[in-house]
Design a protein around this ligand. Sequence first.
Ligand code: SPV
Ligand code: MG
Length: 292
Amino acid sequence: MKKTTILKSLIQDENTSFLMEAHNALSARIAQESGFKGVWASGLSISASLGLCDRNEASWTQILDIVEFMSDHTTVPILVDGDTGFGNFNNVRRLTKKLCQRGIAGVCLEDKLFPKVNSFISDGNDLTSADEFCGKLRAAKDSQLDEDFVVVARIEALISGLGMDEALIRAYKYYHAGADAILIHSKRKDAREVLEFKSRWKESCPVIIIPTKYSSVETSVYKEAGISTVIWANHSLRASIQAMKRITEQIQKNESVSLIEKDIATLEDIFMLTGEAEARLAEEKYLTSVTA
Ligand code: SPV
Ligand code: MG
């Protein structure tokens, strides 16, 4: 099955699906090998792994190159965090085409202004008008090169303090503009807002959430509420930061790696994750001279 078709069916499935964050080819592969059926290419995590703020400091083509490596190294579908689309409808058209050409299964666009700021940094960004954003969604749907490519509309109204009614009004507009799913984002420490949104949402269009701030809520709550997809948006990056800090601090302090050897991945782990075995087989196939 095509990656686009897999992502579409994950999002449309009546059972709740889970996407795992990744920020490069290696973390995407690890997410896949952990059993995740799909990957979230997080803007925050990709930026952070480049040493950049989540403020569109990285150009869209730099992001494109990274997600291409991720897609080449995985068989599961990737939903790319497309931020605001890096400009207006015209930038969205080009972004969508290029993502399709590079094997990406879907893009999530958010209704902030370019350049965006991460939702958890400020008190909320100014949002673009719903009409302008609908134009971007229509532009994305009209430009996709694969009929099953997924366009997710992310609503920032709750983050920006505009309230539930505004969030719902925007959701209806975005759905009717062609969005394949609605992502409702919240910065509360409980799931009250996203659950209220879901209970008041009367369309069949799937609802996606990112429980970063309300991390202690059991996933059974989302399953019962009929949430389509849960995105674990930054946990791979945070895990790696913690592990790298702990290990490098120990190596620095002890001037030795012998104590931590057992706590880190082996070289074999690296070779396995990068497909060495296949490269060996290819050597046998292509470096051996064929005798007549
Ligand atoms: C991301 O992972 O980049 C996101 C999710 O957009 S959040 O950081 O929660 O805004
Ligand atoms: Mg983001």
